[in-house]
Design a protein around this ligand. Structure first.
Ligand SMILES: [Zn+2]
Length: 201
């Protein structure tokens, strides 16, 4: 008889189930844990994330990244990804890819559509050096964040930076920057000017 395992949905429940499999608490082999949806290591709520693992859900929607290795994965698209939220049970559509910007970037964006609808219209940081300098400089950060909708900065809205190359992977939050750094294409019409200035490289 085949045991049908019904996984609970939602990033937190998925992560709990993943660890139950991983620790041999279910009938599934512990080695098959990677085939269960779990939060990608380094992303909010996942292993190796240093933004905290407090048990109580945050009060605002908090994007994260779920992944799994499906038994049916191919060499070209070995992983499956979907956006998740640490606050509610929302899960985004499943996308396949190799990771490192292929498949995972799209679902991180899905998760931001869920938590911060309209985030694509936020101002973006152009110079690579400013990725670090703007958030660390009180005056410059105040100037940029003043353009965000009310409450978004405190709720962990992303910082947008111009990507250096196609599929540059989005960076998850960490202790010193409690928001995703999303690497985006230059808005249409501005790409050429930015490249001319050498700003992207
Ligand atoms: Zn949510």
């Amino acid at each position: 008889m085949t045991t049908v395992v019904t996984e609970s949905t939602g990033a937190r429940a998925r992560q709990t189930y993943f660890w139950r499999v991983r620790n041999g608490r279910t009938k599934a082999p512990a080695g098959s844990a990677e085939q269960s949806w779990h939060i990608q290591p380094g992303h909010p709520g996942g292993a190796y994330s240093d933004v905290g693992h407090e048990l109580h859900p945050t009060v605002h929607h908090t994007p994260t990244l779920l992944s799994r290795t499906p038994p049916s994965g191919s060499r070209a698209q070995p992983e499956e990804f979907r956006g998740g939220c640490l606050t509610c049970n929302w899960e985004g559509p499943v996308r396949r890819g190799r990771g490192s910007g292929d498949g995972d970037n799209e679902v991180v964006e899905d998760a931001h559509d869920h938590a911060f609808p309209g985030w694509r219209t936020l101002p973006s940081v152009v110079r690579v050096a400013d990725r670090w300098e703007v958030p660390g400089d009180r005056r410059r950060w105040a100037r940029l964040s003043a353009l965000y909708p009310t409450g978004w900065v405190d709720d962990g809205a992303p910082i947008l930076v111009r990507r250096r190359f196609r599929s540059e992977v989005h960076a998850p939050p960490h202790r010193r920057r409690l928001r995703y750094e999303l690497r985006i294409e230059a808005p249409i019409g501005r790409a050429k000017r930015a490249t001319d200035q050498g700003a992207l490289f």
